[in-house]
Ligand binder design. Structure first.
Ligand SMILES: Nc1nc2c(ncn2[C@@H]2O[C@H](COP(=O)(O)OP(=O)(O)OP(=O)(O)O)[C@@H](O)[C@H]2O)c(=O)[nH]1
Ligand SMILES: [Zn+2]
Ligand SMILES: [Zn+2]
Ligand SMILES: [Zn+2]
Length: 267
């Protein structure tokens, strides 16, 4: 187990324009204290498991609240997960450019340190809020709950959440999203679903990105798809190139179908 124990960097979390994590007095929950750096070697194994269970149980309560908030407003929420650099932001920029005149769109950007990804999204005209997790290696549902209060995404629209680039930890944290979408790029090798099974198991859709590079690589698409389906037989898979635009229509159709169902459910 990895970062179910994290809680790492909790005190360093920064949401743009919001200082709750730095001791905002307006806002108090119950005991939010999280163990710092429980990756610490030498910790007793049973104690570690108990801390993991506490963190995940607390996360689940926030995730359930987020899910309720989104369902009441008919918002279709996608949590994009991957290794660093698979192309999540590039794909999101293209996606929100194509969708923003058809549906209300908002984006929550997670990364450890910079505001670069949110800036890239805002350049399209779409609203984006950056959450910096500091040393933390995943977004959690509590952070996303506060981001929702601030963003106030429009009813009947789509919310994209770009998670921190990490194929391991974000798999364990439900954010209240409609689906996890795992982005795997062909430069990473076809064995990733076998090596990081939790993520491929947790996702409902895999986007195989950077297919424009296939002519230059040894990557075997069929083998990769076979590995992914061994881990998750129900996984939907689309091949895309965020850079060149391949597969974008199928991806946009998938989103619009989901968004239609989510908003129909409140009418
Ligand atoms: N050839 C090719 N390059 C791509 C494609 N999509 C993204 N890239 C490149 O991959 C690099 C990383 O892309 P990003 O969009 O920043 O990746 P990311 O997943 O958002 O990265 P993190 O937020 O750091 O995890 C950039 O140089 C992109 O131009 C693609 O479809 N084809
Ligand atoms: Zn971690
Ligand atoms: Zn809070
Ligand atoms: Zn990014």
């Amino acid at each position: 187990m990895m970062c179910t124990t994290c809680g790492c960097g909790g005190s360093e979390v920064k949401t743009e324009g919001h200082d709750h994590y730095e001791g905002n007095r307006r806002h108090r929950h119950g005991d939010e204290s999280q163990p710092a750096h429980v990756h610490a070697p030498g910790m007793d194994g049973r104690r570690m498991v108990r801390i993991e269970q506490d963190i995940l149980a607390k996360n689940q309560r926030h995730a359930d609240a987020n899910r309720r908030y989104l369902a009441e407003r008919g918002i279709f929420a996608l949590n994009l997960v991957s290794s660093p650099g698979s192309g999540k932001t590039t794909l999101l920029v293209r996606t929100v450019e194509a969708l923003q005149h058809r549906l209300p769109v908002a984006v929550i950007e997670g990364d450890q340190q910079t505001g670069r990804d949110a800036e890239r999204i805002r350049a399209t005209g779409v609203t984006a809020l950056q959450i910096n997790t500091g040393k933390g290696c995943h977004l959690d549902a509590h952070m996303v709950g506060h981001a929702l209060e601030q963003l106030q995404p429009a009813a009947g629209g789509v919310l994209f959440i770009e998670n921190v680039g990490n194929l391991v930890c974000p798999a364990a944290f439900d954010l209240g999203e409609s689906h996890k979408v795992v982005v795997l790029s062909v430069t990473e090798g076809e064995d990733k679903p076998l090596k990081y099974p939790d993520m491929f198991h947790a996702a409902d859709l895999m986007l195989l990105n950077k297919v424009d590079l296939l002519p230059y690589l040894e990557f075997d698409v069929d083998v990769c798809i076979d590995y992914a389906r061994r881990i998750n037989p129900k996984l939907s898979i689309l091949q895309v190139s965020a850079l060149r635009g391949d597969g974008m229509t199928a991806w946009l159709d998938w989103i619009e179908r989901g968004a239609g169902l989510a908003s129909a459910a409140i009418r």
